[in-house]
Design a protein around this ligand. Structure first.
Ligand code: PEP
Ligand code: MN
Length: 336
């Protein structure tokens, strides 16, 4: 670049920085009058110049955040997950299904993808009953390293084939940042498992994609930590985040974990993001799953997750807690 051109550019950028400074000052004094999400939406829909919408959103969001940094109390900062930032419910659309919308959207399927046939049997059953999303683990983060670890990449390929053949959206857990790109063409929703809720590099990696993310609450995570984990994804520019309460660790041994029903209304009040409840991993008890699912929906959950397997006794993981088709029949007809 010639000296002249560089000088011109320098002048333009100095003006740009001055304008950014003006934006920050303005927000600092009038912050509570601005609905940031609605404002950014208005800006991107009115602006049709050469700066891409994603960049406009990121830039203006960063300026809003910068203005919030001056406040010493972090809680006062407008977090992207918060109702203060966006008052209306976020609806995450997956293949025409609106998670967080007026209707309940459930996610059922086996704990793990064990074979094409096993997954196809579940898919056919779900499709016949009118469900639109199937789950199944390909990479299984097991407590013991000697337990079945999932089929890995092959599991993802089976799932995406099932999705196409049965017209179902598919969700599966991603366990490493390096797998996000590989998994992206196969999945409609990335699941972040409880054990990875604070794997911040993984959260940032899925945050850089635009694929919906179902984030599970960590085994011993507080509601606040759960929301901060969601913030990691949102802050990278992916607004399609679904939260999933899946039970927390307490002294109680009669259930696998303790289903924290109070987290559901707490989350619904604190955030605009959809909230689902996994009744399989929270209770681990098939005989109380329907009642717990009803309680979760009554508390405001946007949908239920549960595991179902064609032959639970022979399942390679979580065999005691996966429902058979007959048990599943009973379960889902009991839901409101
Ligand atoms: C799962 O849903 O497959 C799973 C492993 O659950 P969690 O991460 O909640 O334990
Ligand atoms: Mn399981």
């Amino acid at each position: 670049m010639t000296g002249n051109r560089e000088d011109e550019l320098f002048e333009i950028d100095m003006k740009l920085l001055k304008l950014m400074e003006e934006h920050i000052h303005k927000v600092e004094i009038s912050r509570d009058d601005v609905d940031e999400a609605a404002y950014i939406q208005k800006l991107t829909s009115n602006y049709d110049g050469a700066v891409p919408g994603e960049l406009v959103t990121k830039l203006i969001q960063s300026l809003f955040n910068e203005a919030g940094k001056g406040r010493d109390d972090d809680a006062e900062r407008r977090m992207l997950y918060s109702r203060e930032y966006k008052s209306s419910n976020t609806i995450v659309e997956v293949n025409g299904h609106e998670i967080g919308g007026l209707d309940t959207v459930n996610i059922f399927g086996p704990c793990a993808v064990e074979s094409y046939r096993q997954t196809a049997e579940v898919a056919a059953m779900l499709k016949e009953k009118g469900f639109g999303i199937i789950r199944g683990g390909a990479y299984k983060p097991r407590t013991s390293p000697y337990d079945f670890q999932g089929l890995g990449d092959e599991g993802l390929r089976i799932l995406s084939r099932i999705g196409e053949e049965f017209g179902l959206a598919v969700i599966s857990e991603i366990t490493a940042p390096g797998r996000v790109e590989l998994a992206r063409p196969h999945l409609d929703i990335f699941q972040i498992g409880a054990r990875n809720m604070q794997n911040f590099e993984l959260l940032k990696a899925v945050g850089r994609s635009q694929t919906p993310v179902l984030l599970k609450r960590g085994l011993s995570a507080t509601v606040e930590e759960f929301l901060y984990a969601a913030e990691y994804i949102l802050a990278e520019g992916n607004p399609r985040v679904i939260l999933c309460e899946r039970g927390i660790r307490t002294y109680e041994k009669s259930t696998r974990n303790t289903l924290d029903i109070s987290a559901v209304p707490l989350l619904k009040q604190a955030t605009h993001l959809p909230v689902m409840v996994d009744v399989t991993h929270s209770t681990g008890r098939k005989e109380i799953m329907a009642e717990c699912a009803k309680a979760a929906l009554a508390a405001g959950a946007d949908g239920i997750m549960a595991e179902v397997h064609p032959d639970p006794d022979k399942a390679l993981s979580d065999s005691k807690q996966q429902m058979s088709f007959a048990e599943f029949d009973d379960f889902y007809t009991n839901l409101p």
